[in-house]
Design a protein around this ligand. Structure first.
Ligand code: ADP
Ligand code: MG
Length: 614
């Protein structure tokens, strides 16, 4: 048999390698920013167009490249950063593989302008799909500008695979944050489609965080500091009350390199134990310094994982240090901060320092019990207010608390449910019961139905919200004192974009400026104390996946809000509430699936049961 193995031509090999290094525009941003840092730049400008799909450009004032180096930098495995395998274990630079520029040049139109300090004249080089198109002398300032245009122009499949512009922009901003946070002494600027996104002067670590995440961040930061033989820790954690339901600001840097580490995350989370509720995540910006010999970052070009030689000690030190900082800054355990304390805490308690754990973890807490500001248009469960906080202390005996309100409860669409359920009367509910504070069980003519309370409520709210958003006729409850909420600039831009839809659900924004939103009215369906969480979750959801079209944006808005507002698992529901939920569910257009396409209820026939006994 003849020999059949051939070496791949360079441009093919580069294209294959590119797949590893460049997944999306944000990967290019990361590589170019890191190269600029490695080149000792003190000022770096990132310019993107169309979420990086059309252009990613990074300009730095670093050391620049000679004419030969400029040409060589696009060769695979061409690097100035390591010379031997030994150096791999003593890395002080971001890059070391010499793969990034070669990969990028294989799948885009690249232009490089560069000049070193001492040369009179610089170099201008263009390269497309690994082919050098031109290389000329050029008059350029000291430093380097690399423009990457039309990413994936020669791999349409990859180009089509890119997400919507807001999602890709989000990824770019994430990378930008990581590099900018790790190098506060370097000035950064970012422009998108011609307008300023960030303008960060050279400063210290704390100020950099504040410049990125908003001026209100400053007062949330608790400094962390520790230095031992094997590890130095610097940085900040966010005070426990600023923890988020969604994973918010969580940054680990090891030797100025952003890393992800579930293990170290666990160490920090466990230091917050007892200070935060279970479903809330701490925020942190932690900079670890270790001997480069004691870590292995050489796992994968794009991965952010890292291996420590002595993981256990690092875990223990990190946990102890964070705990110590929280203690030192006298951060006492907090009460359930989502709740309006005026209503659920007896007077004398409200003056005491909030340390009573029995109040803090109130798993049976029922949001429907305390709705002092409820406008109650079409809200399922109106309750008598007076008994609400007392009932927290007397074992949640809510069956009696609301008897007087029975009249207020509306039963909708009896015909729809009537035929399905055992009796044609509305008394069906009398036989419903709750399982594990999670499911509602109701008998049917021929068996029974098990309804997931959270998903059912999501469906109800989702349809209601979607109607409000599209028909534009929601009712607001005016707030006596407008709410002032603080968001970072990018988050605020997101809210600004969906402002109109939010207003249709009942929000009234009296002012949006800088980093502050003033809200003077909220939808009747929600509690004032839930607004912060609802909006943060919404912003988070939108960042994760923003559909471009107006329709799907409404859809995702309704989904996100419904998920935030729906009764949770673990909430006990009394008879009227169960009944009302069932009735509302079956008045929905699509009762059987949740907004996220999960099963809302299931039924079981007697014949199914019979089979079990055969
Ligand atoms: P690596 O960063 O792993 O060395 P790259 O492909 O990213 O590989 O870059 C190749 C080489 O090009 C670098 O080692 C460096 O010498 C040079 N280089 C890249 N970007 C810059 C820059 N902005 N300024 C100066 N030199 C650069
Ligand atoms: Mg590099």
């Amino acid at each position: 048999m003849a020999d059949i193995i051939q070496l791949l031509p360079d441009h093919v090999a580069n294209q294959i390698a590119a797949g590893e290094v460049v997944q999306r525009p944000a990967s290019v941003v990361k590589e170019l920013l890191e190269n600029a840092i490695d080149a000792k730049a003190t000022s770096i400008t990132l310019v993107i167009k169309d979420a990086g799909k059309t252009l990613v450009q990074v300009t730095d004032n670093g050391i620049g490249m000679s004419v030969t180096d400029a040409r060589l930098s696009f060769e695979r495995h061409a690097t100035s950063k390591i010379k031997s395998a030994e150096d791999l274990f003593n890395l002080h630079t971001k890059g070391f593989r010499g793969e990034a520029l070669a990969s990028i040049a294989a799948i885009a139109h690249v232009e490089l302008k560069t000049k070193t300090e001492n040369s009179e004249i610089g170099t201008h080089l263009t390269i497309e799909g690994s082919k050098v198109i031109s290389q000329d002398p050029a008059v350029v300032p000291k430093g380097t500008t690399i423009s990457v245009k039309n990413l994936f122009y020669n791999i349409p499949a990859r180009r089509n695979f890119l997400k919507s512009n807001p999602v890709e922009t989000r990824h770019i901003i994430d990378e930008f944050h990581r590099v900018a946070l790790a190098h506060p002494n370097v000035a950064f600027q970012m422009l998108h489609n011609g307008s300023d996104v960030f303008n960060l002067p050279s400063t210290n670590s704390r100020q950099r965080i504040v410049n990125i995440f908003g001026s209100k961040t400053n007062e949330k930061l608790v400094p962390v500091h520790e230095e031992t033989e094997i590890l130095k820790i610097e940085g900040f954690v966010l005070k426990p009350e600023f923890g988020k339901k969604s994973r918010g600001e969580q940054f680990f840097f090891v030797n100025d390199r952003f890393i992800k580490s579930p293990y170290l995350h666990h160490a920090v989370s466990s230091a917050f134990e007892g200070l935060m509720k279970n479903d809330v995540h701490p925020g942190y910006f932690l900079f670890l310094e270790v001997d480069p010999h004691s870590i292995d970052i050489n796992i994968h070009p794009t991965k952010t994982e890292i291996k420590f030689d002595d993981e256990h000690s690092i875990y223990a030190m990190l946990r102890a240090t964070v705990k110590h900082s929280l203690g030192q800054f006298n951060i006492a355990p907090v009460l359930d901060f989502e709740r309006d304390k005026g209503f659920d805490t007896p007077y004398e308690y409200s003056k005491k320092s909030p340390t009573a754990p029995s109040i803090e973890v109130d798993r049976d807490f029922n949001p429907f019990k305390e709705k002092p500001k409820q406008g109650n248009i079409n809200f399922p469960f109106k309750r008598e207010q007076s008994a609400s906080w007392e009932s927290l202390y007397v074992g949640l005996n809510d069956e009696n608390a609301s008897v007087s309100n029975l009249d207020d409860i509306e039963f909708e669409s009896e015909e729809v449910t009537g035929s399905l359920f055992e009796n044609t009367e509305t008394e069906t509910g009398h036989t419903t019961f709750q399982l594990q504070n999670k499911y509602i069980v109701s008998p049917l003519k021929n068996g029974m139905m098990v309804i997931h309370q959270n998903l059912a409520h999501q469906r109800i709210l989702y349809e209601e919200l979607l109607k409000n958003i599209t028909v534009k006729e929601a009712v607001s409850q005016q707030l006596l004192f407008p709410l002032q909420l603080h968001f970072s600039k990018p988050d605020l831009e997101i809210i600004e974009k969906i402002r109109e839809q939010l207003e249709h659900t009942g929000f009234i924004f009296s002012e949006i400026k800088e980093e502050t939103i003033e809200i003077s009215g909220i939808p009747v369906m929600i509690l004032e104390s839930h607004v912060v969480n609802l909006l943060s979750q919404l912003v988070h959801d939108i960042k994760e996946e923003v559909p471009d079209s107006g329709f799907s944006q409404n859809d995702m808005l309704a989904k996100s809000m419904a998920a935030s507002m729906a009764i949770k698992t673990g909430v006990s529901l009394n008879r009227e509430e169960r009944e009302h939920l069932i009735n509302q569910l079956f008045a929905c257009k699509e009762p059987s699936v949740s907004p996220n396409n999960k099963l809302v209820f299931t039924t079981m026939d007697v014949s199914d049961l019979d089979k079990k006994f055969m």
